[in-house]
Design a protein around this ligand. Structure first.
Ligand code: OAD
Length: 245
């Protein structure tokens, strides 16, 4: 299947050594077999986020919330990075000022080699104690029993950001700073409806960046984007890199 060709302006911007911000959402992992949230068959189909992704839900029924995240851990453990994750990792290797801000918690960017990145919504592969506040990596694909407990006796929670919670302050500040200085911003596989992450491309546009959306479906950002490349990220991004090579 053929996809829209990148404009000469975009190819030129990719070749420059100017600051580049990449914002990703669940769509970048779609071709790795991980479900998105808001599409048909997505994680929020038939599941109310308020019942599995809020502090109130966790206080009410920690086991139910853990089961939701445990299923996602199992799925994540079986998935592998796809060409979109790898293309984003190689964009960082050009040595230009670069930041990847991801809303994803699946760890696939890290496994593809991305290092200059911030996780706006935390990680599936970290746990935090609800008592002592300690946080650490836990890469077991399945946790048993649920909910797991800390050595201090309190229960552990997934170290992800739930609805109603603040984003990790430093991660978001870094992303905001890059949005303000970037000359190019790639927005990949996000429905661009969840704030404050969705404010990053808006800030980049306001600061004069060339904002490119890569998504097979239109989003609320599409009418404002400098350029839209409609198609799957795993095909569009490698083609983009090739065009700019
Ligand atoms: P969504 O499920 O809202 O959006 C996924 C986007 O990916 C859609 O716009 C799809 O069209 C697009 N998409 C699907 N396949 C794609 C592909 N192969 N290549 C490129 N794009 C593709 O997911 P997010 O925008 O990530 O937050 O959702 C944002 C946040 O809402 C998530 O981090 C999560 C969720 O509720 C929390 O849990 C706090």
């Amino acid at each position: 299947m053929s996809h829209p060709a990148p404009s000469p302006r975009l190819v030129a911007l990719l070749r420059e050594r100017t600051p580049l911000l990449v914002l990703t959402g669940a769509g970048v992992s779609r071709e790795s077999g991980i479900a998105t949230f808001r599409e048909a068959g997505g994680l929020w189909e038939g599941v109310d986020p308020a019942e599995v992704a809020t502090p109130e839900a966790f206080a009410r029924d920690p086991r139910r919330v853990w089961c939701f995240y445990d299923a996602r851990r199992r799925q994540g453990a079986q998935a592998s990075p796809n060409p979109a994750h790898r293309a984003i990792a190689s964009l960082e290797e050009t040595g230009r000022p670069f930041l990847l801000a991801t809303q994803n918690v699946d760890g696939l960017h890290e496994r593809a080699g991305s290092r200059a990145m911030v996780r706006l919504h935390g990680s599936l592969w970290r746990v935090r104690c609800t008592g002592c506040g300690d946080e650490w990596e836990d890469d077991r694909p399945a946790i048993d029993p649920l909910p797991p407990a800390c050595a201090c006796g309190a229960i552990l929670r997934p170290a992800v950001v739930w609805f109603g919670e603040a984003l990790p302050q430093q991660a978001f500040a870094q992303a905001q700073a890059m949005a303000r200085r970037a000359s190019l911003c790639l927005v990949v596989g996000t429905s661009a409806v969840v704030y404050p992450a969705a404010a990053l491309p808006e800030a980049a546009l306001a600061a004069g960046a060339y904002v490119v959306e890569i998504n097979p479906e239109p989003t609320p950002l599409s009418p404002f984007a400098s350029e839209v490349l409609a198609g799957p990220a795993g095909e569009i991004l490698p083609a983009l890199l090739e065009a700019a090579a």
